[in-house]
Design a protein around this ligand. Structure first.
Ligand code: PLP
Length: 393
């Protein structure tokens, strides 16, 4: 019997992939499934980005690149951050990595060990907790409360920091709730963090360009006071419909950059070369397709939220970002995971139960509106019919 190290008894995963596999299997059996479980845009990568990757291959850009990414791409990231957020970032602190997840993997590895506490949002992206547990650190959930718009509360977050706290993970706009933390709350949080200079911060801003109602994305990069301990996580997956390309980037404090580079050298060597050239085209080319996609998500958001609120027992606050709704289903009498499972098996609608995003997710479902309006309407209809005809066991 092979026996791996104990950490592998603690590592978790993302149930969204299991739901996708089950939905695909049911569809293969001939069932009609509407998939609102998956967290990726249902749009093609814009053609000019695809062409840039093809051109890169034709031009012979198919070898290893520098571990931290090609310089023109790191420069393009710095220019994009300046254009969008008005912040100065040196390309020397930008690292290109294969997807958004890689930055959280590295950051949690850097700060997690037995005896350390790491704060993370709950409900939140499941890999945060999984990786924290993998390292042996103690996961400390920061509750994301519906009555607070599923945003971070500066006061509550700061109250959870102890001398053991090594890393604070932030995420706004958020998965799975669509919550956006208001600027005033981020201001207060950063101000309070001055009292805890040894706590590193990882801000996951992968949905930073998917924000609605005229709100502006407030990046943690905008606060010079924490730049020496801030790790920014961002990438191309959501903004440019590039989930399968595996393209992400991080901005590191100077003291951590070389440690991150060594992790790259010890694991994947560099990010896919043609994908990096495509990444330049994405940042420097027309943003029309990206903007059109967000405008379409905005329309579907309205359909989704209105449809959910029309179902007896279901209530959904209006999500301010990302492409998820997180309806409260407690009044239906169902618990979230059995309901998600019954909806998939019996009603042909894939959703994700809130507890897959943490204990504070009980009582909620996550629905991704990265699907056509026609499909969203079918799904809402099926959910309403199912809840009308079925009582929980
Ligand atoms: N961070 C959040 C909050 C996400 O929702 C996701 C993907 O769903 C990621 C990071 C990972 O993105 P990527 O697919 O680029 O690894």
């Amino acid at each position: 019997m092979l026996s791996t190290v104990a950490a592998f008894d603690r590592i978790g995963e993302e149930n969204a992939f299991a739901v996708l596999a089950r939905a695909t299997e049911l569809a293969r059996q001939g069932r009609n499934i509407v998939n609102l479980g998956i967290g990726q845009p249902d749009f093609p990568t814009p053609p000019h980005i695809v062409e840039a990757a093809i051109k890169a291959l034709r031009d012979g850009n198919h070898g290893y690149t520098p571990a931290t990414g090609i310089l023109p791409l790191r420069e393009a990231v710095a220019a994009d951050l300046h254009r969008r957020l008005g912040v100065e970032v040196s390309p020397d602190l930008v690292m290109i990595v294969p997807g958004g997840k890689v930055t959280m993997f590295m950051a949690i590895l850097m700060f997690g060990e037995p005896g350390a506490d790491i704060l993370y949002p709950d409900p939140g992206f499941p890999i945060y907790r999984s990786m924290i547990e993998f390292t042996g650190a103690r996961p400390i959930p920061v509750p994301m409360r519906e009555e607070n718009g599923f945003a971070f509360s500066a006061e509550e977050t700061l109250s959870l920091i102890t001398p053991q706290t090594r890393l604070l993970i932030l995420n706004s706009p958020a998965n799975p709730t669509g919550g956006v933390t208001p600027k005033a709350e981020i201001d207060a949080l950063v101000e309070g963090l001055a009292r805890f200079p040894d706590v590193a911060i990882m801000s996951d801003e992968i949905y930073g360009q998917m924000i609605y109602d005229g709100l502006e994305h407030r990046s943690l990069l905008s606060y010079p006071a924490i730049r020496d301990r801030l790790i920014l996580l961002d990438g191309w997956s959501k903004t440019y419909a590039m989930t399968g390309w595996r393209m992400g980037y991080s901005v590191w404090p100077k003291v951590l950059y070389d440690k991150a580079r060594k992790l790259v050298v010890n694991s994947f060597s560099c990010t896919n070369a043609p994908a990096q050239w495509a990444g330049i085209a994405a940042l420097e080319g027309s943003q029309d397709a990206a903007h059109d996609m967000v405008a379409e998500f905005d329309r579907r958001r309205a359909v989704t939220v209105a449809g959910l609120n029309a179902i007896p027992g279901v209530s959904a606050i209006v999500p301010k970002g990302a492409f998820y709704a997180f309806p409260n289903i407690t009044e239906t009498g169902w618990r979230a995971k059995p309901l998600a499972s019954a909806l998939l098996e019996q009603a042909g609608v894939a959703t994700i139960g809130g507890p897959d995003f943490g204990v504070y997710g009980e009582g909620y479902l996550r629905l991704s509106y990265a699907n056509s309006t026609a499909n969203i309407e079918i799904a809402l209809d099926r959910i309403a019919t199912f809840l009308r005809d079925n009582r929980p066991a």
